[in-house]
Design a protein around this ligand. Sequence first.
Ligand code: FAD
Length: 358
Amino acid sequence: MKSTRDPRDLEPYLTDESRIVGSADELVWPETAEEVAAVLARAHAEGVPVTVSGAGTGVVGGRVPQGGIILALDRMAGVVSCAATQDGGTMRVLPGTPLATVQQEAARHGLLYPPDPTETGASIGGNIATNASGSRSFRFGSTRRWITRLRVALADGTLLDLPRGAVCARNGRFVVPRPGKPDLVVPAPDWAPPATSKHVVGYHSAPGMDLVDLFCGSEGTLGVVVEAELRLVPAPEQILAGILFFASEERAFAFVDDARDRTVGAVAPMALEYFGRRALDLIRQDTGLPADAQVAILFEQDTTADGRDALVADWIELAARHEASDASWIAEEARDHRRFREFRHRVPVTINEILARR
Ligand SMILES: Cc1cc2nc3c(=O)[nH]c(=O)nc-3n(C[C@H](O)[C@H](O)[C@H](O)COP(=O)(O)OP(=O)(O)OC[C@H]3O[C@@H](n4cnc5c(N)ncnc54)[C@H](O)[C@@H]3O)c2cc1C
């Protein structure tokens, strides 16, 4: 296994998109689950901290080391298998695989990996560790919902294979069978999560929860994801997308209420995302926004070639009901849709550029 203590090699791994800079003594690049386990077992025995590093696109400093060993997963990347099933498909992936690769591989099989965080350079291991979500979380929820099996290495080097349903909380604890060792008994979280449908705060907590769900969103604090199985759905024939501009928040919010409640025709959004005035101001210059746009809503909905025109008419009717700007955008071809996705991505990218200049 390649490892280094050369400060020049370590430097790119000492930070992430948060721009926080940490320090470390050693960097290792395991290539197999067993090598990950060996690094962890050694560090555990010596009392040395380990920081797991994915692609470093995190914005909260999760992969920034505070001394010890950086365990970089760049060399554990690739799709192990991808297969269609009756109602969609499954994909087995190594943790360092970029989200873009997962999306492309799914598309090649006529399938869709639904979570849609915009930073496609992130690794799937990082997405799982942060329980990443995106604009399609409106319909599909966050990453957690799409993980059917995890292979994880615990801090002492134990490797666990966890198909969903294998280990669930009972009487407030998990009893985890370990090959060749006594069962591991750990308390299950019992805090009350916020009553919002979209949040990724803290360790997952729910009565009878699955151990897989505890690892999703645990930011590498409980173990290292060394392989994952993802659930896929059939890819929609087409995706209708639009960005609608409004002169006030009130109009945009009323529009969102109606879109959510599906009050017009076949409107049933897959993605709905809000851009406030300050977000629009960040990107106003280069994106050709209508001058009076104060607020924008991005939407996506799956459709078919035959159903598309009627669906466009439904969205236009809903937009008109809430006085969306006549200069709003509806994608006419795949190129427009790509442009809308770049538009969305541009907001966090611009924020990060501003922070980098400070
Ligand atoms: C422009 C931009 C747009 C973004 N948009 C979104 C968005 O739409 N939605 C969203 O949720 N996030 C978004 N992010 C944040 C970031 O992309 C996500 O948090 C992503 O999931 C991080 O993945 P990564 O591979 O870069 O992980 P890293 O930054 O390397 O690590 C993140 C955390 O995961 C841990 N970790 C990484 N790999 C593993 C593993 N295999 N096992 C255990 N722990 C591990 C690390 O220790 C760290 O705590 C965006 C970031 C940028 C820069």
